[in-house]
Design a protein around this ligand. Structure first.
Ligand code: ADP
Ligand code: MG
Length: 698
């Protein structure tokens, strides 16, 4: 058994009682666990302050003497200990409410001490409660009182067995005394020198007892790098495994269909971002390895066109494609759009959805199986066993989060070798997060809207402005435009929410008597919902109230207003998604955020972010900052480890370096056989075992 696996019980000054508390309170069971129990903050004790310069709410180190120690016994025998400290520039009152018995013996007047603690103001005079006292004639104590001092997280229970922050400091000090030489390097010299890192032994020693703040930041950088690095190496390995086991047909040709469409039928010129992404896709398709590419782009950025042109490449190589959408309405819309384009090329597009008549369905299935259909658009129906292809070469999935990994894998089973895979999403994941998460998925970003698109004008209004807002909506309706009104649904009281939404609808009906107000909500039967949606699409209803997020991706270009009630109750990315329902043509569209009178600080930041920008990637970055990565993704499903020191929002530069280092290393020596990788390999094996339980995002 290695040094770091030793039971913490056997460390000097620990023993069974403390060991039990450590295990229970902070999950420290071994020497190694304690080694990686890092301080939560540091205070510089090397600077000595004088009493006359003290200010409340600061930490201070003082050097002087106790002039007076007094115990006040209360009736319940608990007692309080007070003392007066002096350094020649003034006096300071000290108080202790715990450990009085021990302190009474320990505290001596007249000897030189270093005092350290937080200064507070009480009854208009400065004082310190529970300061740390070190006798300067004791060499050991004298040393620690003149350093940058680590503060460890503790708890009441730990405090009771003497393991307050100071107690931890003692244990860790002891541990490093005995064991610093057992700290093994886990990065090869090449990486250490390329990225200018300090050694692991130095880093861990300095994270506990930094000699200077410079040393501390070097230690933090090294340890953060390491945290990112091993996770990235894991991703690189997963990517390697995935690629090795996912052969696909290479699409070497970019031929007749693609070129003819590009030259003769493309109704507009592609944006720079669309061209770039198409290039990335073509590079993938050229290889005999399955493409697995996530294409992110705001609503309206032209993802569908990119998908269609990718399908043309598939066709040029003799392969069929399919496009799976999350809802029937959306599948219909894609079908119409792609059908129009494909017609010009003499290609056949079919649609497969749940509610089709038997005869129609049979025909569609036959066209797919015989290869007569070049492109199949559909819903989940495409996954069913009855849906077979002659030679499926490309699967496009719209709005990835609606489908699970397993469902996609089932689509892949319909071709041998694997079809290439493209996922389109309008819910951007910030670059840094994508970088942290994805190994086997490559990410393309369409970060440019087609020219002429006017940014949606977004405003944030309080209840007092309701009449004005309604007046504004009326003007748009009079111009023949339509409006969405979204009412949030909070899960705990679905019924009440529903009633509130109905009231909202009634209010709108009263106010807009000459218009039809439709409504869709979560408890509606899908057929009824469809009817309401169709009425809106056909302009037979003018205002659509919705309690749920409107069918993802539904396209009603004539709607120019998105009014969101109680907007403070929505998350930022949800608000952005909702806003994306309007602004679908070259007309000016509006998003109005109504909020109640009480909005939390974070709520205000969200609404302000919506007003400030319409860029989905900026929104995603802000959302990530406001919520933190765990909450942003739901850490359980994310496959993201909980980094101890590193933070993907604040440490993006380190993340980038660590990712580069890890992927390069994997490229050079995927089996990690080089001699200098011995320590790394050993550490990585353990690391993988620890994270084996975390799932992959794909
Ligand atoms: P997304 O799927 O990303 O939401 P779409 O592909 O549906 O976006 O495109 C939105 C609209 O913009 C469609 O009407 C499409 O025809 C149009 N469009 C796409 N690319 C361009 C472009 N480069 N220039 C002009 N219009 C474009
Ligand atoms: Mg779309």
């Amino acid at each position: 058994m290695g040094f770091w696996e030793k039971d913490i019980m056997y460390l000097k000054k620990v023993g069974p009682q403390r060991a039990q508390a450590l295990a229970k309170e902070v999950a420290i069971k071994t020497y190694g666990d304690l080694l990686h129990y890092y301080p939560r903050k540091y205070v510089d004790r090397s600077k000595v302050t004088e009493v006359r310069d003290l200010r409340p709410d600061t930490y201070a180190t003082l050097v002087g003497k106790l002039s007076h120690v007094h115990v006040m016994k209360s009736q319940r025998g608990r007692g309080r200990l007070t003392a007066t400290f002096t350094d020649g520039t003034g006096n300071l009152d000290l108080n202790w409410f715990q450990g009085v018995k021990y302190l009474e013996k320990y505290l001596k007047t007249g000897e030189e001490i270093a005092l350290f603690g937080k200064v507070s103001l009480f009854n208009r005079s400065l004082q310190m409660s529970h300061p740390e006292v070190d006798y300067l004639k004791d060499e050991n104590q004298a040393m620690s009182s003149r350093q940058i001092v680590p503060f460890y997280p503790s708890s009441d229970k730990l405090g009771r067995v003497g393991l307050d922050s100071k107690g931890f400091r003692g244990l860790t000090y002891q541990l490093l005394q005995d064991g610093a030489t057992y700290i093994q390097e886990n990065l090869p010299p090449s990486i250490i020198s390329t990225y200018k890192l300090i050694s692991r032994q130095e880093a861990i020693s300095h994270i506990h007892f930094p000699q200077s703040f410079g040393a501390l930041s070097a230690a933090r950088r090294r340890l953060k790098f390491e945290e990112f690095f091993f996770f990235q190496l894991l991703l690189a390995q997963r990517r390697g495994t995935h690629r090795a086991s996912h052969e696909a047909s290479p699409f070497k040709e970019v031929g007749h269909y693609f070129n003819t469409f590009y030259k003769e039928h493309l109704p507009f010129s592609l944006t720079g971002a669309q061209k770039r992404v198409l290039k990335e896709i073509r590079r993938d398709l050229y290889l005999p390895i399955q493409m697995n590419r996530l294409v992110q782009g705001d609503v309206g950025s032209g993802k569908t066109m990119v998908a269609f042109m990718t399908m043309l490449i598939a066709r040029d190589n003799g392969f069929q494609s399919c496009l799976m959408a999350p809802t029937e309405i959306l599948a219909e819309q894609h079908y119409k759009k792609l059908g129009n384009y494909a017609e010009k090329l003499g290609l056949k597009v079919v649609i497969l959805v749940g509610g089709q008549k038997k005869a129609v369905r049979r025909e569609v299935l036959e066209a797919m199986a015989s290869g007569e259909a070049d492109i199949a658009v559909g819903t989940h129906a495409l996954i069913e066993d009855s849906a077979q292809f002659k030679n499926l070469g490309l699967v496009v999935v719209d709005e990835q989060h609606k489908f699970g990994v397993l469902q996609r894998a089932r689509l892949w089973q319909k071709a041998d070798p694997y079809p290439h895979n493209m996922i389109m999403t309008a819910t951007p994941i910030p670059r840094t997060l994508a970088m942290t998460l994805y190994g086997d998925v490559d990410v393309s970003i369409i970060d440019e809207l087609p020219p002429g698109r006017r940014p949606i004008s977004t405003s944030w209004r309080g209840e007092s402005k309701r009449l004005q807002v309604f007046g504004f909506i009326r003007k748009e309706l009079e111009r023949g435009k339509q409006a969405y009104v979204v009412y949030p649904l909070v899960e705990e009281s679905e019924k009440l929410d529903y009633l509130a939404a109905v009231q909202c609808k009634e209010l709108l009906e009263q106010h807009f008597k000459e218009y039809r107000v439709g409504m869709v909500h979560g408890r509606m039967k899908p057929e009824d919902k469809d009817v309401e949606m169709q009425l809106f699409i056909q302009k037979k209803s003018h205002i659509l109230v919705s309690t749920t997020v409107i069918e993802v991706g539904v396209d009603v270009p004539n709607a120019t207003i998105m009014l969101i009630e109680n907007a403070e109750k929505f998350g930022l990315s949800q608000l952005h998604q909702l806003r994306g329902r309007v602004g679908r043509n070259d007309e000016q569209s509006y998003c109005i955020l109504m909020s109640g009178p009480k909005v939390s600080k974070v709520g205000k930041e969200r609404l302000q972010a919506m007003v400030d920008t319409t860029d989905g990637f900026k929104i995603a970055e802000i959302d990530l900052k406001l919520r933190g990565p765990g909450d942003f993704l739901g850490i359980r499903q994310s496959g993201l480890p909980e980094f101890q020191l590193a933070n993907i929002v604040d440490d993006q530069d380190i993340l980038r370096e660590a990712r580069k280092a890890a992927f390069e290393l994997h490229e050079q020596d995927s089996l990690l056989t080089a001699k200098e990788l011995h320590g790394l390999k050993w550490y990585f094996e353990q690391y993988k075992r620890k994270y084996a339980s975390l799932s992959t995002v794909a």
